[in-house]
Design a protein around this ligand. Sequence first.
Ligand code: HEC
Length: 139
Amino acid sequence: MFRRISPFPLLLFTSLVALLASPLPRQQVRAETAGTILSRPAGYKPEKKLVRLWDSKCATCHGEDGRAHTEQGEAMGIDDMTKAAYWKDVTVERARKSVLEGLKRTVKGKEQEMKPFGDRLTPQQVDALNLYAVSFFKK
Ligand code: HEC
């Protein structure tokens, strides 16, 4: 005797999986559009390679410690990355865009310029460098 397998358990299973899986991508999309504030992850420890990349590409202006006590940092009046105020409204996306595409503005009569790094660094490298930068601010 042949008994037809009921499609219901399978249907129930797939709809349950769909239901459980669906909120995740939607939440990610929301976070992406709202913008995630860049912040230091718990227990953060940068790789040596990343520190070397910062020191060679970013420290000329921001300094090895992020305080911008450098010739260019002082000439342009670059702010101190170890201060909470520096990161107040900086989202992951904004920081990525600023570094990839560069930045040019005048603040308190001083011309500030960060050249675009998009031709030399990948977005992943930039994100990693920005995490390192925000780690100079220690709560
Ligand atoms: C030629 C000088 C210069 C270099 C080199 C430089 N920056 Fe900047 N950077 C600036 C200036 C100027 C600003 C804007 C003023 C400020 O931060 O006070 C800035 C701002 C930033 C910001 C804040 C952006 C925002 O939207 O608020 C981040 C993050 C940053 N830099 C990361 C980096 C990283 C990572 C590197 C190395 C890949 C780097 N910078 C190299 C000059 C530089």
